[in-house]
Design a binder for this molecule. Structure first.
Ligand code: CO
Length: 198
């Protein structure tokens, strides 16, 4: 079952996650729960702390639409500074040009604990940087100007309140419940314009 995605600035998104040491069934279960939430939200990546689990695990979307897991990832090299318009499932509806690197080299484990090294460019490199940021306790808005970040924070705090009220009084928020249960509906529009959430 898909767990709800935590909205920034929730604290769980602002703390570094812990290294995974147990590569057993609990990790499989976590990956499966994360994938359910990712598919429901139609994102291109998701980090464990986005569903409230403080472990160093994320799903990363490839340009062909498939996904692979990264466990305990490390950014080894990052070259060619660029900006890239990013969104995030934890910052719904917000898209901004974010400073990133066009090429990265990363090292990570898979679900069995096997280490792999990957060199990536462009979109895949951006998704990797975005997810590793999440696991380090950062969201793309932390890379924007403080003015932009504060504006987005105000909007998100308001959104968090709306959602909390809906949970407390579901009969009152009936018109909004559909959006809440299916957050992906707002994203089709953005994806049509080549924007993506992760
Ligand atoms: Co994100």
């Amino acid at each position: 079952m898909a767990k709800p995605i935590v909205i920034w600035p929730d604290k769980v998104l602002q703390r570094p996650t812990a290294k995974v040491t147990d590569f057993g069934p609990a990790l499989e279960k976590l990956l499966s729960e994360m994938m359910d939430s990712l598919r429901e939200a139609e994102g291109i990546g998701i980090a464990a702390n986005q569903i409230g689990v403080t472990l160093r695990v994320a799903w990363v979307g490839r340009p062909d639409g498939s996904f692979f897991e990264i466990v305990n990832p490390e950014l080894l090299e990052a070259t060619e500074a660029v900006t890239y318009e990013e969104g995030c499932l934890s910052v719904p509806g917000e898209f901004d040009d974010t400073p990133r690197f066009r090429k990265v080299k990363v090292r990570f484990q898979d679900r069995t604990g096997t280490w792999q090294t990957l060199e990536a460019e462009d979109r895949l490199a951006h998704v990797l940087q975005h997810e590793i940021d999440h696991l380090d306790g950062a969201v793309f808005v932390t890379r924007l100007s403080s003015l932009k970040r504060d504006l987005i924070r105000k909007k998100m705090v308001k959104l968090q309140k709306t959602r909390a009220d809906e949970h407390a009084h579901p009969h009152r928020g009936h018109d909004h419940r559909h959006d809440h249960d299916h957050p992906a509906h707002g994203h089709h529009h953005h994806e049509d314009h080549g924007r993506e959430d992760d």
